[in-house]
Design a protein around this ligand. Structure first.
Ligand code: NAD
Length: 494
């Protein structure tokens, strides 16, 4: 008996599914079962060239002929299709990244609102008439779409993180070539088909799947790509930034984090425990905004740790499709190995293991790691400074506000932070002094299409979400019009 062929995902270029020029495919696996369930096209520079050419044709042709309001109407239609297909798309994505099905379904349903928000914004980008210091001239600004945007995303939330870039890029009038993570490409190819159904001109949105060095780099170096929107790790981010700089391309980089979750002794500790747990253990810690450094004021240090460990005592690990599961598997084998190696590093550095620290070979295909907490951590240890991107929390004590600010900021990252206190003055001081793109007070994780998100320092460049973000995809042009019939003679001084 022959085994049935696996579902195969081709590129999506110029409104059609296109097989890879190489004729090669990569396996795509379920991190819970360990089974290969499908294949994705292994792209190369030839596929990238086709996709960028299609995007450039659409940019110069039918897409540029639409008014901003017409673009907005198409984005709104797309949002309705996302809503209608959210659960189906989420389950495809979930099979690839192994996150909790409940979490991915909620994320993908919410994603429709990103498209609705930017649908509304498409015709509200107003330029300015500039009061100038020159007589007889009139100056105004025009915002013009940059052109073809490359969107490169990681495996943890592929559809959502793509939408954060794609929705404002399309609203601005750009076209796009998307390169999803090689671990999670299937949902993106399925998503791309919705653009055709919504009535977008062919070539406005394209997807080329494959490996970072083969597809990602070809996209970043392509001369017709004007802007790169990247979410991922610092190593790839740095490389992309260097290549982009050589060609003076603009970038938006959303990179890693090691965010401090700071609990003061006057906080409502039971609320803070929930915030700390969701901060680090949601998505098994595979989240850029994870609150992976817990800063505890000395007066409550031991009591809080007890409450935290009690809260974690009966956490259920298991099948991420089971709605009662609370912690799922690690998304990829290399990531699993990286997290286990950091647990060893923490032990060698002298951190005290409070809970967890072990893998769970008995669950699924064995790609599970127990939620892990290390106490007695110094902020200069590698486990406190480097991004683990897994369910590993380090606990660092502090004395007072100044100490918390010093430790919180003593890191190369600056993506997010949270402060738990009932003292308004203390909260305001911390929100002002912490160097991070997002600071939550008495909550963790809130993000929205309405609000800018991004990092300080090595956590990235630029912002995503919110109304200002649309400008990342627009050039500002200043136009000077003379209202004076006489052009001044440059050789006569007035
Ligand atoms: P990664 O950097 O390995 O890969 C991200 C994407 O870049 C993938 O599509 C990959 O194929 C591509 N890529 C890799 N090398 C490339 C190259 N040389 N040129 C062009 N493209 C290349 O990251 P990952 O392991 O998929 O994801 C985890 C990382 O993403 C973590 O560091 C995490 O913090 C970060 N992340 C950041 C945010 C944020 O908003 N700041 C959100 C989610 C994840």
């Amino acid at each position: 008996m022959s085994t049935p062929a696996l579902p195969r995902y081709e590129h999506y270029i110029d409104g059609a599914n296109v097989p890879p020029a190489s004729g090669q495919y990569l396996p795509t696996d379920d991190p819970y079962t360990g089974q290969t369930w499908g294949e994705i096209a292994r792209g190369n520079a030839d596929d990238v060239a086709l996709a960028v050419a299609a995007a450039q044709r659409a940019f110069e042709g039918p897409w540029s002929e639409l008014t901003p309001s017409e673009r907005g109407r198409l984005l709104w239609k797309l949002a309705d299709l996302v809503t209608a297909n959210a659960d189906r798309l989420a389950l495809i994505e979930q099979r690839d990244n192994g996150k909790l099905a409940t979490e991915v379904v909620a994320q993908v349903r919410y994603m429709a609102d990103y498209f609705r928000y930017y649908a509304g914004l498409a015709d509200k980008v107003q330029s300015d008439v500039i009061p100038t210091d020159k007589k007889g001239v009139f100056a105004y600004t025009r915002y013009e779409a940059k052109g073809v945007v490359a969107i490169i995303t990681p495996w943890n939330s592929p559809l959502t993180l793509t939408s954060w870039k794609l929705a404002p890029a399309l609203a601005a009038g750009c076209t796009a070539v998307i390169k999803p993570s090689e671990f999670t490409s299937a949902s993106m190819v399925e998503f791309a088909a919705l653009f055709d159904q919504a009535g977008f001109p062919k070539g406005v949105v394209n997807v080329v799947t494959g490996l970072g060095p083969e597809v990602g780099e070809a996209l970043v170096t392509h001369p017709d790509v004007a802007h790169i929107g990247f979410t991922g790790g610092s190593i790839a981010g740095r490389k992309i930034y260097e290549i982009a700089a050589r060609n003076f391309k603009t970038v938006t980089l959303e990179l890693g984090g090691k965010s401090p979750n700071i609990v003061f002794d006057d906080a409502d500790l039971d609320q803070a425990v929930k915030g700390v747990v969701s901060g680090i253990f949601a998505a098994s810690g595979q989240s850029c905004q994870a609150g992976s450094r817990l800063l505890l004021q000395r007066g409550i240090h031991d009591r809080f740790l007890q409450k935290l460990t009690a809260f974690m005592s009966d956490v259920k690990l298991g099948d991420p499709k089971d709605p009662t599961t609370q912690v799922g598997p690690i998304s990829t084998r290399p990531q699993f190995e990286k997290i286990m190696s950091y647990i060893e590093i923490a032990k060698q550095e002298g951190a005290r293991l409070v809970i967890g620290g072990r893998s769970r070979p008995d669950l699924g295909c064995g790609q599970f790691i127990e939620p892990t907490i290390f106490a007695d951590v110094r902020n200069d240890m590698r486990i406190a400074q480097e991004e683990v991107f897994g369910p590993v929390l380090v606990v660092i004590p502090f004395d007072d506000e100044q100490d918390a600010i010093r430790i919180g900021n003593d890191i190369n990252f600056g993506l997010a932070a949270a402060v738990w206190t009932q003292n308004l003055k203390r909260a305001m001081l911390m929100t002002e002094k912490i160097k991070a793109g997002t600071v939550w007070v008495n909550n963790y994780r809130a993000t929205s299409f309405t609000s800018p998100f991004g990092g300080y320092k090595e956590s990235g460049i630029g912002r995503e979400s919110g109304s200002e973000t649309i400008k990342e995809y627009l050039h500002t042009k200043c136009v000077w019009v003379s209202s004076d019939l006489d052009v001044p003679n440059p050789f006569i001084r007035r």
